[in-house]
Design a protein around this ligand. Sequence first.
Ligand code: 9D3
Length: 256
Amino acid sequence: MIFDILTIFPAMFSSPLEESIVGKARERGLIRVRVHNIRDWATDKHQMTDDRPFGGGEGMVMKPEPIVAALRALKDDGPPAKVILLSPQGRLFNQQIARDLSLLPRIALVCGRYEGVDERVAEHFTDDQISIGDYILTGGEIAAMVILDSVTRLLPGVLGNADSASAESFSEPVLEYPQYTRPQDFEGWSVPEILLSGNHDRIRRWRRAQALLRTSVRRPDLFSRLELSAEDLALLEAAGEEFGGGQSGREPDRES
Ligand code: 9D3
């Protein structure tokens, strides 16, 4: 898969592309990432990529000409690309969008800066707009890296079998249970006894209860959509009792 990234800060991409799984995928030729400096296509003598907004107001807007010139120059440099603008106004990125993108031969990621990109670029020169969440970034570069990272790990051959991506699409939307490794005692905090018991069925049930409990507390949005089995309900019931819950949810009042 080919990624073309258009940015005025190409250096932001150097280390993220070299390290870890994305770095390995590049070395092995599973992905190609081409980072293009939008400024190289600026036409005026100061190589300006931004200008003041028509109608007035704060900040600067990215000019259309350099971005469009860059997109045109890249157009025939490989299979047809889906052009995606990273924008706070885009549709919210999620795992399903990552899966959809992972099926394409090529995507171009256009990173905006300043107050944004001239609307005519968004309207006439891009196929999609994506936001990575409801918080404010300084530009689209980190959002582009998020997409690159999440899509790359879905490509065939990128992950080992133990951490295979295809299994994930069938897995339940539940948070993971807590994990522990050595030492057994770390600065006075010990690993839950049950994990050392060697009783694999008790461990499985404990992990399932932990996963369900933390999903219900931390992600009620996910929890409400889970289809709980009879065993799940029993595990939650038992956990409720352990926390002094029971049917009434509280201990009876005591004298004195
Ligand atoms: C006047 C309000 N502007 C500044 C607070 C709006 C604004 C303009 C440009 C807010 C952020 C940005 C730059 N952000 C992106 O280009 C961006 C982004 C993001 O900020 N959050 C989540 N996803 C994305 S994708 C691109």
